[in-house]
Design a protein around this ligand. Structure first.
Ligand code: AMP
Ligand code: ZN
Length: 486
């Protein structure tokens, strides 16, 4: 177990760095809120899973036996995170006149493809919300008497029945204060603006594609219920760490916590275990100024767009790791290009070591210790990457030993350094029609023209390439002769 330095993580619940102390010795149980599968994930969503993956890999690196669960939300998430709007999946199915189950399956698979492309390790379990509806009803029944009330539209959780509601979001539970919030709240009869639906009845005369019978009528579960039920069932309360994007700190997770408190019959949050998970962690957002991240804008930033423009998806992973997960990260094509160049340099540094054999020895141990210290400091990946750079630049170390050290570091960073080839990283948009053989043939002719000082021919050949989107890169320090423009 790599325990030279204790692991410290930032707990959103206390807004403090805390030493990780597992509930079950030697184990780490982690639950991550998964995607709502009504559309393709955008690259911002994928930042949340790169973060959860680095957390999981760090826990493994430090010797904990990891059980990671990620859910798939295929029911219950409304177009507004609170109780306003329509169910995102029902709406997508209606708009496109498709079966909701087909939509859920298509976008779940698209999400899994992004997970694989980004080297995100498979969790122990993908839990699908619609497979847990009977358990959700059971959970709701067990808390309904003491914590819920019924309205014609469904069963609602009364947030005043638990202590410290909203501690995670740092919001007041006092009704008069909360009423001042700008949140739209169309539900008639709610006792407190923050009360939320646990079960939503299908309105009279309507039919949903996904609906189930319950003691509160035919309908569908509220979104927050699924995560309480699946995390509790699969990991046991209290488990170690619950993750999600920073938006979940405001509504979804405070509501999950309230349900967990009710279910566990516990009260105030001064004992962290009362929230269901000991540590709540949130990644900050990936932002893009022109609004392309929004799934409602025609062409939004999904991983496939980056791939179509010729960028290797692991360049995006590296871009995420270059920022600390709690800081906002601004997406730009230049930033992605810079990350790709850095990844190329790394892959080229590893290539001469490809067939070397050996194991980690005394010379690289101080670097591994510094890498451990960086990650143990609330997953400081930017610093961990500089330690990787130093390791790649090591000169007087046996090739096998160096390769073993890189393998150990990359097991956490997941950049695929030992498997990527430099040609994998060439920018090659999917729309390009010119083949590599054709490009190489023109370059050979151009080289000959330059050698003969026939600059007119050389320039004409450069223009010929440019007309097909190929940029000749004379004297590129990384040794690339050409790149295809996006
Ligand atoms: P959703 O599919 O909307 O439920 O979101 C999936 C995950 O992505 C959640 O953990 C969100 O908090 C997270 N998320 C949403 N937008 C962003 C963003 N722009 N940057 C980082 N994480 C995000
Ligand atoms: Zn969730």
């Amino acid at each position: 177990m790599t325990q030279a330095v204790p692991l410290k993580l930032f707990n959103s619940l206390t807004r403090q760095l805390e030493a990780f102390e597992p509930v079950h010795p030697g184990e780490a149980r982690v639950y991550s809120c998964g995607p709502t599968v009504y559309n393709y994930p955008h690259i911002g969503n994928m930042r949340a899973y790169v973060f959860a993956d680095v957390l999981g890999r760090t826990l493994s690196f430090k010797g904990y036996r990891l059980t990671h669960v990620i859910n798939i939300t295929d029911v219950g998430h409304l177009t507004d995170d609170a109780d306003a709007g329509e169910d995102k999946l029902e709406k997508a199915a209606k708009d496109r006149a498709q079966s909701i189950w087909d939509i859920a399956q298509h976008y779940t698979e698209a999400y899994w493809a992004d997970v694989r492309a980004l080297n995100i390790r498979e969790p122990a379990q993908w839990s699908i919300a619609t497979q847990y509806v009977p358990q959700m009803i059971e959970f709701a029944q067990s808390i309904a008497d003491r914590h819920c009330y019924e309205l014609p539209s469904g069963l609602y959780f009364d947030v005043t029945t638990v202590a410290d509601y909203g501690r995670l979001a740092r919001t007041a539970t006092d009704a008069s204060e909360a009423e001042g919030e700008s949140r739209i709240d169309p539900v008639d009869g709610k006792r407190h603006p923050a009360d939320f639906a646990i079960w939503r009845k299908t309105p009279e005369g309507e039919k949903r594609q996904m609906e189930w019978d319950s003691p509160w009528g035919r309908g569908a579960p509220g979104w927050h219920l699924e995560c309480s039920v699946m995390s509790g069932r699969l990991l046991g309360f209290p488990f170690d760490i619950h993750t999600g994007g920073i938006d979940h700190r405001e509504i979804h997770h405070p509501n999950e916590i309230a349900q967990n408190q009710a279910f566990c019959c516990t009260n105030g949050l001064d004992v962290p275990a009362n929230s269901g998970a000991r540590i709540w962690m949130h990644n900050n957002f990936l932002v893009e100024r022109s609004g392309k991240m929004s799934k409602s804008s025609g062409e939004f930033l999904r991983l496939q767009l980056l791939i179509d423009k010729g960028y290797h998806p692991l360049a995006y992973r590296l871009m995420c790791l270059q920022a600390h997960y709690r800081g906002e990260l601004e997406f730009s094509w230049d930033g992605l290009g810079a990350a790709l160049t850095r990844l190329k340099r790394m892959v080229m540094a590893v290539q001469p070591l490809q067939h070397a054999e050996g194991c980690v020895g005394a010379k690289v141990l101080p670097l591994i210790a510094r890498f451990d210290a960086a990650l143990s400091d609330d997953l400081n990946t930017p610093v961990a990457l500089t330690v990787l750079d130093e390791t790649l630049a090591l000169k007087k170390v046996d090739a096998g030993e160096k390769r073993a050290a890189i393998a150990a570091l990359d097991a956490v960073l997941g950049l695929g350094l030992l498997t990527l080839d430099r040609t994998d990283l060439r920018i090659r948009p999917s729309a390009a029609t010119i083949t590599e053989t054709e490009i190489e043939a023109i370059l050979v002719r151009r080289k000959a023209a330059r050698a003969a000082k026939d600059f007119a021919t050389s320039d004409a050949l450069r223009d010929e390439l440019a007309a097909q989107g190929v940029e000749a890169m004379d004297g590129d320090p990384l040794g690339w002769d050409w790149k295809l423009g996006a």
